[in-house]
Design a protein around this ligand. Structure first.
Ligand code: ADP
Ligand code: MG
Length: 504
């Protein structure tokens, strides 16, 4: 929850068709690979990038007589993810066989949870801008096995299969159709990814396929979605198409936009949208038909007789709940509330938990806003420029804190601090020692500053006349004094003295 932060819902995206306005309705099925070293029903490794078919146990290869054994760690991660989405945890769940033939699915069926998923209804707050967020309802999360990979481009005449991924644990996170635009769809995936990375339940690596989304899109006339929400009746919505296996936020946005326009054109032309599964081609920027949409009954789901229903205890769930880390929304709200940060800055600092931890170490015992400015502008700016992660930052939180302390105590000016930061970045070392060794010390001795101010004022009578008539020109004197003192005079003290002298 956003805690004390209040928000309003964003306007739904409206697309103007040839014959009127249309709105989008989007629901996502996200497949998130559980961050587990072993598979869901076997002890085989899940390491990415291993030699093809080297991480395949007899269970994964569906050898006759092999039996699946549930991996408790994976169950725990699904429960933690559910708790992270404020969802109901089902103490009773069960596994079903989803039957279909595919060369990379040796069993001839996928073990999934159709009738009794482990996690029930929850929600996600998807931030769109400070103060603007969408609440998206989660329908369910179920555990299921991943399939292997067929490889068709290694040989002109042969296809290959790599079963390393076969049996890897996936959490399928199904949203209600509450997402109302392309940006929201991407932001929803981003928020889900962020929460799971905070929890450590999924690494969120979209390039490696650890997180992929099936994006369901339909279009309707303004007002129809509100009637659907009121009644729960899907017939108020348009027919949806499902865009399969999206693994990039940018492509999700592009695909949704294209697909909505395609459907609008069909309907306005007097045609009907066919419910089907489509693929997005990023090179062409188009979606194209993959297969007509199958229904659940086509898969002949039935309870897997090899696996007992999964019964977990409330006390176990309570123990997991008690050990949950602080999640992004709570952390962000706390940064706003306790450290006085803007919602925007708090959002930037909490994007990744490592960033938030670093910032908190810097802010500890210091001014929160000043720490935030330094971390966001100087540190992140520099890290981004060099393509470095926070873990590889040459400047530690303690070192950055040391620089800030020297500013706070008035020993160095903001300008000197930037130079000092630069030195610590490239050469390392203790900021206070470096400042002392290099004579970086601003003059706070008021007598010395006053002498410099007097000198400049005496040497420039014409400027003094002008500045007395127009106080805005006092800045020129401040600049002259700073220059004369080699940038070492405390700017605040100079400003005060200049104002006093010119005024009198
Ligand atoms: P399946 O698993 O067969 O694809 P589900 O009923 O589980 O079907 O729905 C899948 C997703 O499609 C859900 O995220 C749901 O919110 C979304 N969805 C359902 N109807 C619509 C619709 N008319 N427009 C957009 N999304 C929809
Ligand atoms: Mg689907």
């Amino acid at each position: 929850m956003l805690d004390h932060l209040t928000y309003t819902a964003p306007e739904p995206k409206v697309i103007a068709g040839a014959k009127g306005d249309w709105e989008l309705v989007i629901g996502l099925e996200v497949h998130a690979q559980v961050a587990s070293n072993a598979k869901l029903f076997s002890g085989a490794s899940t390491a990415f990038g291993a030699e093809p078919n080297s991480n395949v146990s007899f269970v994964d290869a569906a050898m006759p007589g092999m039996l699946p054994v549930i991996n408790e760690f994976c169950v725990e991660q699904a429960v933690r993810t559910g708790l992270g989405l404020n969802a109901a945890i089902n103490l009773f769940s069960a596994f079903d066989r989803k039957n279909y033939f595919y060369p990379d699915l040796p069993q001839g069926y996928q073990i999934s949870q159709l009738y009794h998923p482990i996690v029930g209804e929850g929600e996600i707050i998807v931030d769109m801008a400070p103060g603007i967020a969408r609440r998206v309802r989660i329908e369910r999360i179920h555990l299921e096995q991943d399939a292997g990979k067929s490889i068709h481009d290694m040989d002109p005449n042969l296809s290959f299969v790599d079963l390393n991924r076969t049996g890897v644990a996936l959490m399928e996170i199904v949203s209600r159709p509450d997402i109302r635009g392309p940006e929201e769809a991407a932001a929803y995936v981003g928020k889900l990814r962020q929460i799971m990375r905070y929890l450590g339940t999924c690494d969120g690596n979209m390039q490696e396929g650890s997180l992929r989304a099936d994006v369901n899109v339909s279009v309707c006339k303004p007002g129809a979605y509100e009637r659907f929400v009121e009644t729960g009746d899907f017939s108020h919505l348009g027919t949806r198409c499902e865009i399969k296996n999206m693994n990039s936020m940018r492509f999700i946005q592009q695909a949704v936009e294209y697909e909505a326009r395609r459907q609008i054109a069909i309907i306005e032309d007097g045609g009907e949208v066919v419910q089907e599964t489509r693929l997005y081609d990023p090179d062409k920027g188009e979606t194209r038909s993959m297969r007509s949409k199958e229904d659940a009954h086509d898969y002949r789901y039935f309870p897997d007789p090899d696996l007992l229903p999964l019964e977990i205890e409330q006390a176990w769930v309570d123990g997991i709940a008690a050990a949950m880390p602080e999640l992004p929304d709570a952390k962000k709200a706390r940064f706003v509330r306790e450290l006085g940060l803007s919602e925007y800055d708090a959002g930037v600092l909490t994007a990744e938990v490592e960033n938030a931890d670093y910032f908190e170490a810097v802010a500890q015992g210091r001014d929160g806003k000043q720490a935030a400015n330094w971390v966001i502008n100087e540190l992140f700016g520099r890290l981004n420029k060099q393509g470095l992660a926070i873990a590889d930052s040459p400047v530690s939180a303690a070192q950055l804190g040391g620089v800030i302390d020297l500013i706070a105590s008035g020993e160095i000016s903001g300008k000197m601090a930037k130079d000092l930061f630069e030195i610590v970045w490239t050469e390392g070392g203790d900021p206070a020692e470096i400042a002392a060794a290099r004579g970086m010390k601003q003059v706070t001795d008021l007598g010395a500053i006053e002498a410099a101010v007097d000198e400049i004022i005496a040497a420039n009578p014409a400027q003094v006349e002008k500045a007395r008539a127009n106080p805005k020109l006092a800045g020129w004197f401040v600049g002259q004094v700073l220059k004369a003192t080699g940038g070492k005079a405390n700017p605040a003290a100079v400003q005060e003295l200049v104002a006093k002298k010119l005024g009198g």
